[in-house]
Design a protein around this ligand. Structure first.
Ligand code: 5GP
Length: 224
């Protein structure tokens, strides 16, 4: 057997949650592929939860209440907003969308970091909150690729599709407000990059203070 050091699994690093969970705020234009990347990393990265948003947009074929969104009527959304149920909310492509405060709190309370898949306005609101967050912008390779992806998705009416494409450039122009930008030209690579960002953020020194202090207590005090 070799005495060569063996690269350890990432689990030990991961087993030490920072004191408070991290919110990973992921934005992109519609069709940018953030949902696909998130679905790929959720089962692979431990201690990572997802916050299901509320929306007044009608469900698309195959979308399920409580899984993809909580689909509600505008009056219900507004009443929930008045009750302070949203960490942030915005009107996006003509519909209300909001991040549920209890859902995020529940995930954080379970010791998980949380992924929020929200638009650039919501990301700006999140930055105003005193929460530990990391912003990631998912960039489509080109207008043409985005257009083809949106058409292939067959989820929007033609008017809606045109609206989403019109809004895309303005959304991309917000990229400077994010900590990271991932080019989504190849799903495997882009999702590996997203997972790497999660691990790197967790390992940042300022998030490891309590771990370092705990490890230090196992060392004898210096003498003399
Ligand atoms: P879609 O209708 O394609 O599911 O989503 C349209 C846009 O709304 C996307 O950019 C998506 O990220 C954003 N969105 C989804 N949930 C939320 C939310 O809770 N808050 C905000 N601000 N945007 C959201």
């Amino acid at each position: 057997m070799s005495d060569e050091p063996v690269a350890e699994d990432v689990t030990p690093l991961d087993a030490e949650p920072s004191e408070r969970g991290i919110l990973f705020v992921i934005s992109s234009p519609s069709g940018g592929g953030k949902g696909t990347l998130i679905r790929r990393i959720l089962p692979r990265v431990p201690r990572l939860g997802y916050s299901v948003s509320w929306t007044t947009r009608p469900p698309r074929t195959g979308e399920r209440h409580g899984v993809h969104y909580f689909f509600v009527m505008p009056e219900e959304f507004i009443a929930a907003r008045e009750r302070g149920e949203f960490l942030e909310w915005a009107v996006v492509h003509g519909h209300y969308y909001g991040t549920s405060r209890p859902v995020v709190e529940r995930e954080l309370a379970c010791g998980r970091d949380v992924i929020l898949e929200i638009d650039v306005q919501g990301a700006a609101s999140m930055r105003q909150l005193p929460l530990d967050s990391v912003g990631v912008f998912i960039l489509p390779p080109s207008y043409e690729v985005l257009r083809v992806r949106l058409i292939a998705r067959k989820s929007e009416s033609l008017d809606d599709l045109a609206l989403r494409l019109r809004n895309a450039r303005g959304e991309i122009e917000h990229y400077r407000e994010f900590d990271y930008v991932i080019l989504n030209d190849e799903v495997e690579r882009a999702s590996a990059q997203l997972a790497a960002i999660v691990y790197a953020a967790r390992a940042e020194r300022q998030r490891q203070e309590s771990l370092v202090r705990r490890v230090l207590t196992s060392f004898p005090e210096p003498t003399g």
